[in-house]
Structure formats: C-alpha cells, structure tokens
Design a protein around this ligand. Sequence first.
Ligand code: AMP
Ligand code: ZN
Length: 493
Amino acid sequence: MPLYDTQTIKIYNSLSGEKEVFKPINEGYVGMYVCGPTVYSNVHLGNVRTFMSFDVIFRYLKHLGYKVRYVRNITDAGHLENDADEGEDRIAKKARLEAIEPMEVVQRYTVDFHNILNKFNFLPPSIEPTATGHIIEQIELIKTIIDNGMAYVVNGSVYFDVHKYNESKPYGILSKRKLEDLIHNTRALDGQSDKRNPQDFALWKKAEPQHIMRWPSPWSDGFPGWHLECTAMSTKYLGEQFDIHGGGMDLKFPHHECEIAQAEACNDHSPVNYWLHANMLIMNGKKMAKSTGNFILPNEIFSGDNPHITKAYAPSVARFFMLQAHYRSILDFTNNGLLASEKGFFRLMDAINLIEDLKTSDSSSFNVSEWKQKCYDAMNDDFNTPILIATLFDAVKFINQIKDGSATITKEDLGLLKETLENFTFDILGLVNVSKESTGSDKLSGAVEILINLRKEARQNKDFALSDKIRDELAEVGIQLNDSREGTTFTTN
Ligand code: AMP
Ligand code: ZN
C-alpha cells in the first residue's frame, strides 16, 4: 500500500483561504507548477526561500509515493520592468547595459540559478521549460482568447479585456480583489497606452524598433506578455486542469490572477485545484528584493563576505534556518537567527551520527512509532516544517538520553528511529550531513586557513613561486584569496 493511502495531507489553498484535504485529480499522480525565476540577475536568498518551500513539498509528495510531475519554468522573455506592462524587458535591459546578447544574459543567470540550487541540495524539477521555447503555444492561446471574445487587438498588440471577462467570471478571485476597487485604485491612462482600461493586461506586445527580443505573430513582430507563458507551459505539460500551482506571495496579484483569467477564457474552467503561496524573506524589516538593494546573495552566506553576517555558513545551515519557519510565515533574516540555526543543525547531525553506536536493550522508554506518526502529522498539516523540526528534536533528546544511560531502546525501535530520522532530515527536508559538504563549511575554512599560513611562510622565505602556486590553484577550484594590510581572507564562488 503506498504511503499516501495512510497519510492525509491538508493544504492551505489561497483560493478558498482554508486548509483543504489534498486529493489529486488522478490517484497516485500529482501535477505541480511553480513560477520560476526571471533570469536577468543572480538569485538572492529571498528567491531561494520560495523555491526551497516547493522543493520540500515536492520531496514530501514523492516520499509519500506519488508520481509527481513538477514543472518549474524559466522566464527568459516578456517580464517587463513593472507589472503594468510598462518599461523595458528586464533581460533586454540587462543585455543593453552590458552590451551582450539577451541570450547571454539568460545563459549566465540560468547557470547561476542551477549552481545555487545545487549548492542548497535542491532536486531538479521534472521539466524546466522556457518562455522563449513556447512562443508558438502562447500565440495559439492568444488566438483562442481572441476567438472567445476576451481579448482585443490594438496597433499590433493584444490585450486581455478584464472588464469583459468580469461580466461572466470574477476577476480578482484569488487575491480577493474586486474590479470596482481596482478601478478606484489604479491611475488613469495617460493617453499613451493602447489599453481600453488600465486593468487590462498584455497578451502580446508589438516590439519597438530597438527591441531585440521579437518573434513574428499574426498581430506584429513582438513578444508575449509575462503572464501568458505560465498558462501556456502549465497547460502543455500538466493539462487544462492540474493539482498544485505555487509561487511567492508577491505573484498572487497580478500574475496568478491573470493566469486564472487566461485559462478560464480559453477553457471555461478553473486551471488549478490548489494554489499555494510562499511568504517573503525580509531583512531589516523590508522584503528582500533586487530592485531596492536590500538583498543578500547565497554565495555571500557561504563565504561570510557580507556586512549583515559575522561568519560563513554551510548551505545546509542556511537551509535549516529557512525551514525552521513555516512557508506561509514571513521570515526575518538575521545573523543571530543563523547562529542559532547552526547550533541546532549540528545538534541534529551529531545525534544522527551517534545512532550507529547506541546500545540496545530489551525495552524502549520512548514510543518510536508514535513519534514517527507525529513527524508525518507535522508535514501533513500544510507542510509544517518548524513543527517537524521540533519533533525531530524530541528524537535528538531521546538519543542523547540513551547515550548517557537514562533511556533505553530495542534493536527494532532503533532501526525505525534511524530510518525515520534520516528520511525526514535528508530526503524530505533535503539537509546534507555536514561532513559531506565542503563549500563554506568550518572544515573548509580551516583547511584554507592552513594554506593561507603556508603561503605567508613561503612569502617570508621569498619563495614566490610557491606562494603564487597556492593562490592560483585555490583560484582554480573557486577560492579567491584577498590580501590586505589586515591580512589575507578568502571568498568562494
Ligand atoms: P522573480 O525572479 O523576481 O520572478 O522571483 C522568483 C521567485 O522568488 C518568485 O516566486 C517570487 O515570488 C520569489 N521572491 C522574490 N522575492 C522574495 C523574497 N524576498 N522572499 C521570498 N520569495 C521571494
Ligand atoms: Zn508564472
């Protein structure tokens, strides 16, 4: 019997505003779509947090025995500077500023995204489609929306007619907004726009002559609107109706609202059964965001090279820190929080490493089966990782008691304890036993310190060939030495 038959998951559905029992459309299969990054800059820790929430959800669903098709896209065109279909395409702008091809921008930051996610031990999604790879599908969707009377063409651009749509279906159903309120709260058109109403959104934009990223379409040489790609790719790979759609809270409106409207306009039914939204990582009381400069890069965490932190942290420590908050809660990024998480993380690892050496007895003074179900209950309750971690620490306490002789465990229970602890810690939370990690860990720092001292000695002995060799070979493996009057420090990439 698959595990999912014995465990009932309840998921907070942003659409209903309630926790609902999870029942996939096809028994044993789950289709999950998560909005991926716009690849015009390095991912910051805030982005990582959202993707991590869904990595853990993916891992748990797989653990329960579901066959999960997890689609996470790459936005490599169509995302303009602001949500009102204005400004430059973010990727084209970066390409212009750096005088490189837009696809060079895309390649650089897609590689960075994958590298960072690998360092955090993410599982790759099942499919990672790109917006530019699905222009034809997007054009076909636009044709259907126009045929169904929900979009109009002006000067080579196509806009979704939100007012027309709202006559038959509520626009704002996900973000709990009313069109009347939106009308009150949006500024009037400045006469420059082709839109009939400011609430309408672009499905296709005619490219200005200087716009490099352009494709032919029945309406103009241009590019798709940002919201359309997710409808095109989720429909293509998961069908007109699928189980889970996720993303950060900030995507609820307008992005996800527009996805619902587009899909409803094409298929006349709701595209998604469970909408999940991850909350924001904040720093200094404000959302972590590239645009405001209030962000920290993952590599800075691994190297310690950022004024907000006092030392380097291993990727699993940062992962543990983020999973100690529930995905729907705001998480405040602080050095003290990381320090506390580091302590907790090592306590957990130490306990796991102890298990092999524990002595067994005729009886157990801890109900391991009951504890195991508590671990499942935590994850079944809307993927509550902080409760799960607290429950894992019940086992840590017990393991330490067995070690000092104040508790006992049978051989059978010890096997169950080990298996469950490892399943939840490594397979579901995706943590890595730190001895297996290298980047930024204390052991790495220790080893590099030794090399820095050897290099210093070599220089004092005027053996510059050796001192340069140490510096260059460290650089080859991604460790840069930085000399200053205060001494030598290092950074990793
Ligand atoms: P973007 O590349 O800007 O489209 O963002 C990629 C993902 O990161 C989206 O799901 C955003 O909602 C999410 N995101 C952006 N900033 C934060 C933040 N400070 N905390 C958590 N998630 C974020
Ligand atoms: Zn999306």
